[in-house]
Structure formats: structure tokens, C-alpha cells
Design a protein around this ligand. Structure first.
Ligand SMILES: O=C([S-])c1cc(C(=O)S)c[n+]([C@@H]2O[C@H](COP(=O)(O)O)[C@@H](O)[C@H]2O)c1
Ligand code: NI
Length: 394
């Protein structure tokens, strides 16, 4: 198989310009991104890349220069710009999915609907350039999978159009909550992950965790604007081929018979937030005939300590067992389909280059069914049908 894959190291967060810089530094020609941006941007906007150093490491900083028109664009305006642009279909789809995720997060945070969202900072020319340029860069790389580490989001406050916002800013929290992205504050009191960076991660990353087994052929450092103390303010992208060795992970298990059952949902959520790839409960009948649960957690080695901490501090377990397992994940990608009343994201899995599973995201299906009053099963069936039809047509 030896598919081309990538891994993003988000220990210093992620933003639109860091993503562009990492792609250029890893070998994507700036002209590929500029051409896609030119196809969409309604006013001239120019990307330029300069070599910089961040904490003694060579990195690339990408600048976006354009005449800011202070035009407030709605999500519908942006969707129209994307729909009519002479763009590669894959770039159009990814850019659409990225802006839709941003619009949904902003709508939730501001208590409104996506069609009423006026992008301010995120609708300006530089956001169009960040999103469309990065999508074109990833399509150019042709990655079968993109993995990423949990994301450092920072802490403190940031000044935005509507005043001071707490970090992580609400749109980032919403984007990561909706997509189940593991994140943590880290030790830097500033905004490390912006909404544009978060939306690009959500629409491109297929798996979260440590670097997967791969033969690396290139690495790129995308510089953030500011210097951080004691570390490079850069997003790192590794590109290479899957090494063929299936990823090895741990399963941590413990039998528990004395935890208030109302606590279990919070325990499972915290295990996932700590970096677990999955966490589940199995009802068992234990020694002394006691009804109980086995808690099982699948986790990559770098997150095992954080997961152990959650098990021992959040449950009544006083010991656990662990064993190594081999994971064999299929290549996956996200796309979205438009139904009457809204969009639904769909996860597409492939085996040996052929699509073998097309699954609409249940949260999107439920939200659309509730918003439109249709039966959930009808929305699910329609989303599956549309996705299968679009995949057939490609
Ligand atoms: O303008 C708005 S509504 C706005 C909302 C939010 C929320 O999280 S809600 C955040 N921000 C801040 O704007 C800048 C620019 O972000 P980009 O993603 O466009 O780089 C950033 O500091 C956000 O935190 C603005
Ligand atoms: Ni906002």
C-alpha cells in the first residue's frame, strides 16, 4: 500500500498562516496556493513566503496582503464565491467544509443560525486566502491520511472585534467539541489556536494522536507571528509514506463495581479529552456475583499516562491491566452533502483505494432532523444516498 500520509505537530497551536507556512516549508509551491486563492478572492490578495527563525529553528512565515475592503460577508456569500470559482473540485469541497465548520461554530457561539452569520475577522480576505490556500496545499500533497497531535490552545485573553475573549476562544472550543478533537492549554498564556486554524484541522485531520509509523520524506515548520519563550512558535508538518507497520497502541482495562453510574459519561468524556482513541464500558458479572463494568481504554503510548491519571482520579479503580494491540485503521476522509435545510458531514473510508464505507455524521443528521422536523431515519437515508451518488460521479 505505502500510501502518502502526513502528521501535524500542534504543540504550539495552529492558525491559518501557520498552516500555509508549514505546507510551503514542506515543499508545496506557493504558486499552487496563490492560483486557488486568485480563483476565489473577489479582490486581489497576494501570498508571500519568507524564511524566518523561531527559537533558533528555520521556519517559513507566509504573509497575506490585500486591500481590506471591510466587507462583511455572510456564510452564504462565501458559499457562493466558492461554488462559482474555477477551482479543483477537491479544493472546493474542502474549503466549503472548512468555512461551514467555522460558520456552524460561530452560529452556536453567538446563538444564531449559519445563514445569519456575518463573518468579520474570519470573513476578511486573509481568511479566504488562509482557507483556500491551505486546502489547495493539502490537495496538492495528495495525502491518504492526515494525523495530528492533540492541539495546544493557549490560555488567557485575546482582543477581538467584540472586546476581550477568553482563550481558547469560544469558536475554537465549539469546533473542537463538535469534532471530538483532543486539546489542552499548554504553558503559554496567549492564543495559540485560532478559529481558522481549528477549522482547517477539523476539516482535514483523519486521526488524532502521536506520529504514526511512517517513512518521513519532508518536514515543514510554519511560523506563527510572535516569538514564544523557550519553544518554536511553529506548526510542524511531516510528510512521508505509511511504513506498513500497523500502529501499536495500548488497551488499559479495569473492572469497577462501586462507582456511582451517573459519573461514567463524564469519565468517558475525560478519557477522550486526555488523548484516548476510544473508551467504552462492558457490563459484567464480577466475583461475588456483583454486577459491574469493565472500563476499556484504547490509547497511543504518549497519552497513556494522562489516561491512567483520569482512571485513577475519576473512578474508584485501584489497579488496572494493560496490553499492546495492533490497530489497522482504514484511510478516511470527510466531505459534506447539502440537503434541504442544511449540510451533513459524511465520513468516507477506503480499502485498497476503493470506497468501502460512507457514514453520515450522526450529530449532523440529528441536528438537521430537529431543525427541519423530519424523521431522523429520512435525513440519514438521504445523506447516505447523496454522498454515495457524489462519490459515484467522481
Ligand atoms: O469576530 C469574531 S465574531 C470573533 C469570534 C471569535 C470567537 O471565538 S466567537 C474569535 N475571534 C478572534 O478573531 C481573531 C482572528 O481569528 P482568525 O481565525 O480569523 O485568524 C482571533 O484572535 C480570534 O480569536 C473573532
Ligand atoms: Ni465570534
Amino acid at each position: 500500500m505505502n500510501e502518502r500520509i502526513g502528521w501535524l505537530d500542534c504543540a504550539s497551536g495552529a492558525s491559518g498562516d501557520m498552516m500555509l507556512g508549514a505546507l510551503v516549508d514542506a515543499g508545496v509551491p506557493l504558486a499552487v496556493m496563490q492560483a486557488a486563492v486568485d480563483a476565489v478572492a473577489p479582490e486581489p490578495v497576494r501570498l508571500s513566503a519568507e524564511p524566518v527563525r523561531r527559537n533558533e529553528l528555520a521556519a517559513t512565515h507566509v504573509r497575506v496582503d490585500g486591500t481590506e475592503s471591510h466587507h462583511h460577508r455572510t456564510w452564504t456569500d462565501i458559499a457562493k464565491l466558492l461554488a462559482s470559482a474555477p477551482l479543483d473540485e477537491a479544493v472546493r469541497e474542502r474549503a466549503h467544509a472548512t468555512f461551514l465548520a467555522l460558520a456552524e461554530a460561530e452560529a452556536k457561539v453567538h446563538g444564531t443560525t449559519t445563514d445569519r452569520i456575518h463573518f468579520h475577522e474570519v470573513g476578511a480576505l486573509d481568511a479566504i486566502a488562509d482557507v483556500v490556500g491551505a486546502c489547495a496545499g493539502f490537495v496538492h500533497l495528495g495525502l491518504a491520511e492526515l494525523h495530528a497531535s492533540p492541539v495546544a490552545v493557549g490560555s488567557g485573553f485575546v482582543r477581538a472585534a467584540h472586546g476581550r475573549l477568553p482563550v481558547p476562544v469560544p469558536a475554537v472550543v465549539e469546533l473542537f467539541a463538535a469534532a471530538g478533537v483532543p486539546s489542552y492549554a499548554g504553558d503559554v498564556a496567549m492564543e495559540l489556536c485560532t478559529p481558522t486554524g481549528a477549522a482547517l484541522l477539523v476539516s482535514h485531520v483523519t486521526a488524532w494522536g502521536a506520529q504514526p509509523p511512517m517513512v518521513v520524506s519532508a518536514q515543514g515548520f510554519g511560523a506563527g507571528t510572535k516569538e514564544l519563550e523557550g519553544r518554536a512558535n511553529a506548526l510542524r508538518l511531516l510528510v512521508g509514506t505509511a511504513s506498513g507497520a500497523a500502529a501499536s497502541e495500548l488497551v488499559l482495562e479495569t473492572n469497577v463495581d462501586d462507582l456511582d453510574p451517573r459519573i461514567w459519561p463524564a469519565v468517558l468524556a475525560r478519557l477522550l479529552a486526555a488523548g484516548a482513541a476510544d473508551a467504552w464500558l462492558t457490563p459484567i458479572l464480577m466475583k461475588k456475583g456483583r454486577p459491574a463494568h469493565t472500563l476499556s481504554v484504547l490509547v497511543a503510548a504518549p497519552y497513556a499516562d494522562a489516561v491512567r491519571r483520569v482512571i485513577f482520579t475519576e473512578t474508584s479503580s485501584i489497579g488496572l491491566r494493560s496490553y499492546s494491540v495492533t490497530k489497522e485503521p482504514l484511510a478516511r476522509s470527510m466531505r459534506s452533502v447539502r440537503l434541504a435545510g442544511g449540510e451533513v458531514r459524511v465520513k468516507v473510508a477506503s480499502y485498497d483505494g476503493a470506497v468501502v464505507n460512507v457514514q453520515p455524521e450522526y450529530d449532523d443528521v440529528l441536528a438537521l432532523a430537529e431543525a427541519t422536523g423530519q424523521p431522523v431515519k429520512s435525513v440519514l437515508a438521504e445523506a447516505s444516498r447523496l454522498a454515495a451518488q457524489e462519490i459515484d460521479e467522481h
